[in-house]
Design a protein around this ligand. Sequence first.
Ligand SMILES: NC(=O)NC(NC(N)=O)C(=O)[O-]
Ligand SMILES: [Zn+2]
Ligand SMILES: [Zn+2]
Length: 522
Amino acid sequence: MAPFATGTTTPHSIEDGVRSFDSPPSDITVLASSRAVIENRFTSATIVISTTTGKIITVWHSVLPESSFPPGTPYKDYSPCVLLPGLVDAHVHLNEPGRTEWEGFWTGTRAAAFGGVTTVVDMPLNAIPPTTTVAGLKEKVAAAQGKCWVDVGFYGGIIPGNAAELKPLVQEGVRGFKGFLIDSGVEEFPAVSATDIRKVFEELQDEPTTVMFHAEMIPPVTASVGDDVQWSLPPLAPTGPLDEYQTFLDSRPSSFEIYAILEILSLAHLAPNLPLHIVHLSAVEAIPMLRKAKESGVKITAETCFHYLSLAAESIKAGDTRHKCCPPIRGQSNQDGLWDEMLENDSIIKTVVSDHSPCTPNLKLLPSHVPGAEGGSKAGCCSNTSKGDFFSAWGGISSVGLGLSILWTEAMRRGFKTEETLRNIERWCCVNTAKQVGLEHKKGELKVGMDGDVAVFDDAAEFEVEPNTMLFRNKCSPYEGKVLRGVVRETWLRGRRVHSREDGFVEKGGPKGELLLERRKA
Ligand SMILES: NC(=O)NC(NC(N)=O)C(=O)[O-]
Ligand SMILES: [Zn+2]
Ligand SMILES: [Zn+2]
C-alpha cells in the first residue's frame, strides 16, 4: 500500500513503534535501511524527514520501497549500511576567537560532519576570551556565525570570581559549565578552590544546568581514602626522562582523579538537585566512589573519551606527545576496566566524547620522526632539547569526527556483538550526550519530532587516518596512520545531506549548522 498515493497514514507493513503522518509529500526526504538503531532497537527502518522543518515526521520499522512515495520524492535505501542518529559530541574545544590557528568553527565542525557528528558542544576554554562571562559568550557566538557545518552548543566556564556571571550565562543558553581543580594549561582559565565551588553551587543549585569538573587535583598533603587506603602522593614534577611516557603518567596518578572527585563529592550536599558531571574520566579506581555517591542520591554522572577506550600507555613511544592529554591515558588494564564499567547496567559512565583539544603542531614539541611534526620543525619555536618533552607539550588529543570509527574498531577487536555495540554507541554518543546538555528533545534519537540528523555508517568498510580523513585544522593526532573500521558514508543535518564520502561537502549555500542557544529546561 502506498501511504501517500492512498492518503492513508497506516500502511499494512506497519509494526509497533510506527508513527503516522499527514505531511504533504512535496517537502520530504526519505532514508531507509534494513539496519538502523531506532530508540535503542536494532531494526529495519524507513525515516521520513520534513525538509521544511528538518524534523523527523515518520519512522517505520521496515524498509518501505521507493514506490510507496510519490514520484520524485528523494529516497535512498542504504542497506546494509546502518542508520544511526547523528552523534552529539559533548566535549569539543573550538578555539575561536583568539586561538583559531589551533581550531576554528569552520574546520572543527567540518571534521565533525565528516564523521557523522551533527552536534558539538564547545568547551569554555582555549578561545580568547574564554566563555566565563556573557560578553565572552557573545564573542564566541559572533565568531561562530555562518561557519558551522553542524549544530553547535556552548558551555560556560567556572573560574574564581565569576559566580555573578553564571545565572546570566544560563539565561543566554549555555548547555552546562566546566571548572578545573588543577591548572588548565591556559592562564585565562584558572582553577577553582572549594570556596569557589561553594559559591557556584549556591548560585546554580536550582538552575536548569549541569556543573562539570575536570577532576584532577594535587592533594595538598597525604590523603587517606576511607580507613584502609592510603594513597602515596607523587609530585607533579618529573622523576625520570621527560620524553618517556611513563614519567608523565607517574606525574599524574589515579589518586589525583580520586582526590578531586572526593573534593567535589564533599561539597555536593550543598546543591542536591544540581546535576554534576565528571568530564574525561580516565582512572578506573575512581568508579566505586562515584557509584557509591550515586547510590546514596548524589546526582552525578561521568564521561570517558575515545582515547581512554582505545589507546594504552604501554604502546606510547618515547617522545610521541600526540598522546599527551590530561588526565593521562593509563595502562591497558585501566582501559579494560573502563570498558567493563561501561557495559554494566546503569554504569556511572553515561557518555563517550572526543575531548578534541588541538593546538598547532609546534606546541606538541614533536620530534621530527613522529607524523604531524612538520609544522613544528618549520615553526622553530622550541629548542631541540625540548622535543618530545611530555611535560612541556600541550595537553590535548585531536579526534573530533573519528570517534564512531574508533569505538567501533575497538569493540570489534574485543569481539563484541554487532547489534549490541551499535545500540550501546547510540546510547553513549547520541542519546546520553544529548541528555547531558539538555538537548534530548531534539537531538540524539531517530524518532518522530526530533531533528533529522543521521549518520549513514558502513560498519564493514575500513579507512586509514591520514591528512585527508582528519579534517580538523591541524593534522596532528595519535590516530594518524591507524586503519579504522567503520566509515561514515553520509551525514545528514536536519534533513539535509551535509557530507558524503562520495561527493564531499554540499558547499552550495554554505554551512547550515545552527547555534543551539535555547535555554535549558532541565
Ligand atoms: N586546556 C584544555 O583544553 N585542556 C583539555 N586538555 C586535555 N584534556 O588534555 C581538557 O579538557 O582538560
Ligand atoms: Zn579537562
Ligand atoms: Zn577538554
